[in-house]
Design a protein around this ligand. Structure first.
Ligand code: MN
Length: 263
């Protein structure tokens, strides 16, 4: 019996099966209510998710149930490829990203208390430095997840978009300085957030507009939006697996995001 070559993978599978490694789903459910970003004029918005039944054990298909669905690449929990932004246009579309770069340690920076007080709160370099002082330097090939607590508003569109009397969305994000720092001073795979996009609601008006998109994609890094269950992850040590669809020349994709968390 020498058919099983890998002790590591056998141990991993055993721990997943006995729940000493928990598989956490970081994905929001997709349905026709799934929120999508809404842009100011004259920009064109993405399509949301819609589904139509082909058959369900009926005259259209007595033995089977199946559906067609349509959606934008950037709808629900989704992956931003570098080509999504003009600054990343010479980097890879979603189908060409090396699959090894879809898996990395999840670094979870908790800014929930600050976002509870100020919905426009943006991650700062000081927040990153405080995290690193406690947990060590953000390693290469890791996903930085900005834990704002926003996923708890996932089903409540009013709170999720938090449009103020000024007509602007007020949701958390990243400062220009912190986005530039993570893109150029740390060797990360990308950033993940709980909000509808990787930038703050007010980020169109920043000195560099949409800094997470601008700097991350310029530096050939990725984005994950509309994540959930970040409260189930430790600050360090879990493994995130993001699986975008292999859309030829795609700018992004809906994604199922899983994390492996050792108990
Ligand atoms: Mn996107």
């Amino acid at each position: 019996m020498d058919t099983i070559k890998s002790k590591t993978l056998t141990e991993l599978m055993g721990k997943i099966l006995d729940n000493s490694i928990e598989v956490v789903d970081l994905t929001q459910v997709l349905n026709e209510e799934t929120p999508v970003i809404s842009l100011p004029d004259p920009f064109v918005d993405t399509k949301g998710f819609s589904i139509e039944q082909i058959s369900k054990y009926d005259e259209n298909g007595p033995f089977f149930y199946w559906n067609n669905f349509t959606m934008g690449e950037h709808c629900g929990t989704h992956f931003d490829a570098p080509v999504h932004w003009v600054t990343g246009k010479n980097h890879q579309p979603v189908d060409q990203i090396p699959v090894k770069r879809l898996i990395g340690e999840a670094i979870v920076i908790d800014i929930t208390e600050k976002c509870e007080i100020d919905p426009d709160y943006c991650l700062t370099i000081a927040d990153i430095e405080a995290f690193e002082k406690k947990h060590g330097k953000i390693p290469s090939h890791s996903w930085v997840l900005i834990y704002s607590g926003w996923a708890k508003y996932g089903d409540d569109h009013e709170k999720f978009f938090n449009v103020g009397e000024d007509g602007q969305p007020h949701t958390p994000g990243t400062t220009v300085e912190a986005a530039k720092f993570l893109a150029y001073e740390r060797d990360i795979l990308g950033v993940g957030v709980e909000t509808v996009g990787t930038d703050a609601g007010m980020a169109a008006s920043f000195e560099t507009p949409f800094p997470n998109h601008h700097f991350m994609h310029e530096a050939n890094r990725y984005g994950l939006a509309s994540l959930s269950n970040l409260d189930k992850l430790p600050p360090r040590g879990s493994i995130l697996i993001a699986t975008p669809l292999k859309i030829e020349n795609g700018s992004g994709s809906p994604v199922r995001v899983l994390a492996l968390v050792e108990k």
